[in-house]
Unconditional design. Structure first.
Length: 176
């Protein structure tokens, strides 16, 4: 009910990101579903079960959008493609982490296999990291909500409503 009431406070990501650089990153929200180890909910990277969320923010750390949750076993690039982000942020400068290689976003440069990293790559990667710190702060502020920070113990089918409600409350709090 709260989500429906506040739905009018959630702006269209395509509108509010116009003329801005978009930073995206993924995060895992852990769940209670321990029995699903080895199934769709288990994230091998985090060694835990949960849902993966994609978060978009501006360079100043303002939240632009939160994607629908996908099972934690899915890679960040898959979660990004399943979200509405590719369409909403088309024709914008996007910056992502190394999990977004191949998406067309601006990312850090990998070390070439078997060779040393070129000298300019270190400076380039540091500058990308400094810019991406804003989306990391945005995720940290989203996880100020205890339901996202602690292990989610509610019904797994209702988790998408929880994320939409928290997103709406965050925009309402900011006065969008």
């Amino acid at each position: 009910m709260v989500e429906r009431v506040l739905a009018g406070h959630v702006p269209d990501p395509a509108e509010i990101s116009a003329g801005r650089i978009v930073l995206t990153d993924g995060t895992l929200v852990t769940t209670w579903d321990w029995a699903s180890k080895g199934t769709a909910m288990f994230s091998g990277r985090h060694r835990d079960t949960g849902f993966s969320l994609q978060v978009a923010a501006t360079l100043s750390g303002d939240l632009l959008a939160v994607s629908a949750p996908v099972p934690g076993s899915r890679h960040d690039l898959h979660a990004w493609r399943q979200s509405h982000f590719p369409e909403a942020f088309a024709n914008r400068e996007d910056i992502g982490d190394l999990g977004c290689l191949g998406s067309g976003m601006l990312t850090a440069r990998r070390k070439p296999p078997g060779r040393e990293r070129p000298g300019g790559d270190k400076v380039y990667n540091q500058s990308i990291g400094r810019l991406r710190a804003a989306v990391e702060r945005t995720i940290a502020h989203l996880k100020d909500w205890k339901i996202l920070a602690a292990r989610y113990r509610g019904p797994l089918q209702a988790f998408h409503l929880v994320t939409r409600t928290i997103t709406a409350l965050t925009f309402y709090k900011k006065g969008w």
